[in-house]
Structure formats: structure tokens, C-alpha cells
Design a protein around this ligand. Sequence first.
Ligand code: NAP
Length: 495
Amino acid sequence: MTRNQRRDPRVVIIGAGMSGILMTIKLREAGITDICVLEKGESVGGTWRENRYPGLACDIPAHMYTYAFEPNPEWEHRFARGPEIRRYFEQVADKYDVVRDVRFNEAVERCVYEGGVWHLTTSKGAELEADLVISATGILHHPAYPDIEGLEQFEGECFHTARWPDKLSLKGKRVGIIGTGSTAAQVIPELVKEAGQVVVFQRTPQWIYPAPDREYDASLRAKVRKNPRLARRAYRWYTRAIELFFSRAVIGQRIPHFLMSWACRQHLKRKVKDPELRRRLTPDYTVGCKRVIVSTKFYDAIQAPNCRLVTEGIERVDANGVVTADGQHHGLDLLVLATGFHPFNFMRPMELVGRDGLHINKAWVKRVQAYRSLLIPGFPNFFLMLGPNTPIGNFSVIAMSEVQSHYLLQLIERWRRGEVQEIEATTEATERFNQYLRGGMAHTVWVGGCNSWYLDNEGVPAMWPYTWGQWVKEMSAPQWSDFTQGAGLSREARG
Ligand code: NAP
């Protein structure tokens, strides 16, 4: 079969966020024409469309938080604000005319593998067939609502940070916020600017790394626009710096971890002079065990005259506020839930049914796992972008998606050449891969005595426990011996 005779698969991509946009561009570049992107929302951008809370930003440097093939001279800050990032994804989607393949406001409700083809049913009742399905639904998009007695009785406004209402006025209000993770650390400094009073309910303190932000003014942006190599250089510089520092610190490398711990401790000491408040803000677990928060504003905000830190546990919520374990009633007009996400849902609640009626809930009943984060045995020709164990400590998910897209295109290429009908990793290879991951966890800081969204139902971190470089190397080419015979690979093709 010559290059021009290759098969053109019918591909459905679920989601038009960062990974969905990327895959549409990359599939088209590879010559695939039959692409349909099903997007539940009304525009592209995924998490950057859904999250609209005040203070929304990305704590990965902007020049690194870009597609490698689309540097952006227009970044206005070292740590880009949410609207800037949303604009960037919209512009990339426009430039590549991604939208012509997107069906908006149409979620996938069912996806069933039958007769060697995926059959999809959407929220609009449409039925589609696909040879290949790419799930690009992201990781952190199912809000986790806390199970607190009486929460539904609260009579003021109460919402999750990922469901921030448009045109909400905080002026003069008594605002409570539950949670002190990365999201809360961005919201709280904005709340104290506008609200009358802010009450922060902290269950567990967090380590905070003080990476300074900076504005990129018009003249600097013009310089980068004129010389795009500068943006590329910044991309490489930040990638290297984060990989050598953050990403190595969290997998147990002593020097970067020592430096990161020292910087977080010094930050707390320097910013919080009151010993009692400092004690309440000091975590009792190793730095990095929970995702390190990057902020230079959080400690100032907590010490603002209109802000109060509450570390007593929450007992219940009533119509007018929150009651803590010491019996104190905290009267509130508004309650913000910065309580995080369910990171193990992935494409669910969509009904995903693989070969021989295997339901995804059954396949994942013991553990949510995949081969190389991308493939689930029993679900041929179904691929998960940013699947289980993709996250690499404080690294850019865009870079991870790009590496996965390159790997995926190599799998798809074999399907196109007719060497394979079903792309599926074996159960043994998947187990072996997950054992390999588990083997690396003991040295990481994620098992350093804390509870976090990184941990699965068995308390094992769903992360990549080795270096970024090793991930890139291992993902550079598929190991075909890890794929099923049922994939129909010819001997020659298996190599
Ligand atoms: P999170 O890190 O999971 O934090 C949730 C917070 O809510 C924690 O402080 C948690 O306390 C608290 N909480 C949950 N249930 C509670 C309850 N019933 N009672 C009291 N407190 C409760 O969630 P997040 O802050 O939304 O961040 C999630 C992830 O999103 C981050 O780790 C990061 O990967 C990503 N993110 C990234 C950026 C960025 O700039 N790149 C920004 C925001 C978010 P405990 O600690 O005690 O569990």
C-alpha cells in the first residue's frame, strides 16, 4: 500500500479543549480528513472556558504553557491569566480552522464497540460510527462537592469555583471559602479586594512556592513578535528549568527537593510574622506531597484586615453560615466551594462499552489504569489523552499531550497502512506497565504523609514517578510486542 493509498479512518474526538484542538490539527497534518469533534460546551477551550473565577491564572510560565508549534508573543504576564489563555486556544483553533470539524453543545452519552466499529450516541440523539475514538476530556473537570451536613440549607449563594456565576458582585459581602488548594490560592487574594469579609476554611495547610510574576509590556511583546525565536527560547528555558527543579524535586531527587522545601519554608517565615498564625499555616507533610501551590499573594491575602483563617473543622452548614467544631457560627452571605475535582472519572459519566459488552466501570472496578496512560485493554481503537498516570509534577499538560499525540499518530499510521485492524494493548503489558509505575512511587514525595487528589482508591499516586526525559524517551515509539495479536499485525509489521 503506497502512502497515497492509506486508509482514511473515521475519527471522533471527544472534547474541544487543549488536547482536542491539538489532535484535530495533528490528525489533519497526517492527512486524515474524516474528523468529528463532539464538544459539550458552546465554544473551544475546555477548562479555560469552564473556569471563570476571579484570579484565574496558570501557575506554569506562559511561554511554556503553549503548544510547541504555536509560540505566542502576545502573553501579557509570566503567569498568564485565564482570559489570555482562553484567547490563545481560540486563536489557535481559528488559525487552523479547527471549528469546521466541531459540533458544539453536543455531548457523547454512549460509546459502544460492536462489529469492529465504535457506535456513539450524543445528547442530541444523533448516532455516529467511528473507526477510532480519541477521548480528550481532560482530567480535572468534574467538580467535587463536599459532603457537609446542611450544605443544601444555606440560603445565600453557594457554588463550586468551576461554576462561578457571571456578573457576581462581592461588594461588602461576607464570603466564606472552603478549601486552600491551588484554586483557592488564586481566588482568595481577589476576594479580599472586593468582599466585606472573607472567611477561609482550611482543613489542611499547604506549602506555597513564591515564584514571582511579571508583566510583559507592549514593547517586550513587540520584540518577541518581531523575533519569534525569543518565544521559542523562553519555551525551552522554562521547560528545562521546571523539569530540573519542580519535576525532579517531587520524584525524590534530593537537591531540588531540598531547595524547593527551603524556599517554601522561608516564604512562610518571611511573610507570616505572627507565630500562632504561622503554626496554623504550616503543613506537617513533606513539601510537594500535595501539588505545590505557586503564589506570592496568598499569605498577604490571609493577613488582610478583612480576612480570617478558620482551622477548626466544619461541623455543618445552616441557612446563614457555617458552624465549626468549636461551636462557633460564621455568618455568611456567600459560600465558595474550592473543593477540587474528581480526577478519576475521565470520560465518565459517558457510557463506554468495549469488546464483548465490557463496561468501563467494570474494567476499572479495582483500579483506574491504562497502558501508557492511553490505552485500556478491551477497548480497541479507543485512546485517552491525559489518561491515568499522565501528570508529571507541576509540568505543562500541553507538553504531555503533544508527546502523547506523537505516540498516537504512530499507532494510527499502522491502522492506516492496513497492518492492524484493532489497536489494543495486552492485559499483561498493561499490568506490567502499572507495576513499573508502582515501583517508582516509593521514592516520590506524593507518598509523603498527606492526602491529595493524586492518590487513587488504594492510596497509590496516579502520577508518572520518573523524569520527564524518561517519559519522552519511552513515549517516542510504541513497543509493538505489548499489543494484542488480535490487532491483526502482520509478522513483518510487528518487526
Ligand atoms: P484541590 O487541590 O483538590 O484542593 C481542594 C481543597 O478543598 C483542599 O484544600 C481540601 O482540603 C479542601 N476540601 C475538600 N473537601 C473538603 C471538605 N469536605 N471540607 C473542608 N475542606 C475540603 O483542588 P483545587 O484547588 O481546585 O486544585 C486542583 C488541581 O487543579 C491543582 O492541584 C492543579 O493541578 C489544578 N490547578 C492548576 C492551576 C494552575 O494554575 N496550573 C490552578 C488551579 C488548579 P484537604 O487538603 O484537607 O483535602
